[in-house]
Write a protein that binds this ligand. Structure first.
Ligand code: HEC
Length: 127
């Protein structure tokens, strides 16, 4: 191998490596979006979701929660099929819209749509 060929080979493998990393990081971003929404709005007794089921969420909080719920649908969980994900996240968005409008059955709708275990069993990677 002469010097030019060596250099070319090195350059090519380097850019292939970088491209691969970019793709891998793109995936990671999608995943952490879901994780972030979980941490910011789902997790714990004082979370937006919990408060929503008890009818304790303010209009402002409901607006923010709805935006977060809407961001879930186009994200890709690392597990489970797409149809199931779309269905579950669409139910969450519907419930979030009821919340924002102040519908009387909003709390119940959120409770039904935000079934932690039902979704985690299908879509959350076991660690
Ligand atoms: C529509 C599906 C869905 C529902 C409903 C859901 N989750 Fe999740 N949750 C996920 C997925 C997918 C992950 C894995 C996220 C990742 O890391 O990619 C996750 C991860 C989490 C995490 C870990 C976040 C992190 O990155 O540290 C917590 C905490 C969590 N969920 C709490 C809850 C709670 C509490 C509820 C119910 C009130 C709930 N989730 C309902 C899909 C859902």
């Amino acid at each position: 191998m002469n010097k030019t060929t060596l250099l070319l080979t090195l350059t090519l493998s380097l850019s292939a490596g970088l491209a691969f990393r970019a793709v891998a990081e793109g995936d990671k971003k999608e995943e952490s979006l879901i994780g972030q929404v979980m941490k910011d709005h789902f997790k714990g007794d004082t979370s937006d979701i919990k408060k929503a089921t008890k009818g304790e969420l303010s209009k402002d909080e409901a607006t923010k929660l709805l935006a977060a719920l809407k961001s879930l649908s186009p994200a890709k969980p690392s597990k489970g099929d797409e149809a199931s994900w779309k269905e579950k996240t669409a139910a969450l968005v519907l419930a979030g819209e009821k919340l924002e409008k102040g519908d009387a059955d909003a709390g119940a709708a959120v409770k039904a749509a935000a079934n932690c275990k039902a979704c985690h069993d299908v879509h959350r990677e076991k660690k």
